[in-house]
Design a protein around this ligand. Structure first.
Ligand code: 13P
Length: 258
């Protein structure tokens, strides 16, 4: 691990639509003893909404934080099926994923709704973990940086709702190339680091060099116990956002310790 000391690593799990309440309880009774002594990094798990209360309860006296996987940008209202930032905060979440590629692909999240959700999360006192990433065709046609720049601007600097530097300082970014999610095809550490470097440069250009240096950027996409150390060896990579391999306590614990 070569991250600068002031960028505390973040090892995050995204359970997606997996695990019942009973399975959540079982996971934490196995997982928490495995990370009991781990204090040099943040560990976050984003569970389905139905398991949040159980997960918060189970992790109450641990250093593990619980996150929502999505939120609506309004505080309350006639929005059937949606959950607000205030509701996530009340149940005990500290963070929330925003703009995951599955939300963008299947549930209509756009750069504009991502921006609104980020503002709502900040207003609710949640740490937004904002996800960016290009499709395979976009990478193959040489458009990766253009896509990341568009997503970055849409999320943070678009109007109305451009973030202030103080707001931006509370953001975590996850770079998740869509072609690497759930495919077993991880980005090489060098490919991921190059994208992270580009996102950090955008942060410096749009906010301040100090904020860019402090920004934590996670890599996501087929992270497994056997490839995580190689990714974390890059000083541009400040942590991981892990899907499938976060469902098993042993494998997520191995990743969390990488
Ligand atoms: P996998 O680790 O299953 O590829 O999923 C990555 C992801 O989408 C995390 O948000």
């Amino acid at each position: 691990m070569t991250q600068p000391a002031f960028r505390r690593p973040v090892m995050a799990g995204n359970w997606k639509m997996y695990k019942t309440v009973a399975e959540t309880r079982d996971f934490f009774s196995a997982f928490l003893p495995m990370v009991a002594g781990t204090q040099d990094r943040d560990i976050i798990i984003a569970t389905p909404f139905t398991a949040l209360a159980t997960a918060v309860d189970a992790t109450h006296e641990s250093s593990v934080s619980i996150a929502g996987q999505n939120l609506h940008w309004e505080n309350e209202g006639a929005f059937t099926g949606e959950v607000s930032g205030a509701m996530l905060r009340e149940v005990g979440c500290r963070c929330v994923l925003i703009g995951h590629s599955e939300r963008r692909q299947f549930f209509g999240d756009t750069d504009e709704t991502v921006r609104k959700k980020i503002r709502a999360a900040l207003a609710a006192g949640l740490i937004p973990v904002v996800c960016f990433g290009e499709l395979l065709g976009e990478r193959d046609s040489g458009h990766t940086e253009a896509v990341l720049a568009r997503q970055f601007a849409g999320a943070f600097t678009g109007m109305p709702g451009q973030l202030t530097p103080a707001e931006f300082s509370r953001i975590i970014i996850a770079y998740e190339p869509v072609w690497a999610i759930g495919t077993g095809r991880t980005a090489t550490p060098e490919i991921a680091a190059a994208a992270h470097r580009f996102l950090r440069k955008l942060s410096g250009d749009s906010f301040t060099p100090e904020l860019a240096v402090r920004l934590r950027i996670l890599y996501g996409g087929s992270v497994k116990p056997d490839n995580c150390a190689g990714l974390m060896a890059q000083d541009e990579i400040d942590g991981a956002l892990v899907g499938g391999a976060s469902l098993d306590p042993k494998s997520f614990s191995a990743i969390a310790h990488s």
